[in-house]
Design a binder for this molecule. Structure first.
Ligand code: SF4
Ligand code: SF4
Length: 91
């Protein structure tokens, strides 16, 4: 079983509000866009209409990689509220 298959078996309990807030003003000036490449859940993408950095927080694996990679400090990163977020099936 490959990593994508294992991750696909994880379950998520979705909150209504995001637990990671993206500062678009900082992202606008960012050329590297590390978040696009480091997220194992591929949660980041560029909105083709607005050019803003989009985050689909629902499938977040809560690994914290994006927070470390975003050296410009654009992310206000928190764990989801109690009772919400990822439920791992394979550790
Ligand atoms: S979240 Fe961080 S790495 Fe991603 S575009 Fe914004 S400033 Fe750049
Ligand atoms: S915490 Fe991990 S899975 Fe969640 S958005 Fe950041 S890099 Fe992606």
């Amino acid at each position: 079983m490959n990593i994508e298959t294992k991750l696909g078996l994880d379950a998520f309990i979705l909150d209504k509000e995001t637990h990671i807030v993206v500062n678009q003003e900082i992202c606008k000036e960012c050329e590297a866009k590390y978040c696009l490449y480091v997220c194992p859940g591929r949660r980041y993408s560029v909105n083709q209409e607005t050019g803003e950095m989009a985050l689909e927080f629902g499938g977040c694996l809560e690994c914290g990689t994006c927070m470390i990679a975003c050296v410009d400090g654009a992310l206000d990163w928190n764990y989801p509220r109690g009772g919400f977020g990822v439920q791992y099936r394979f550790g």
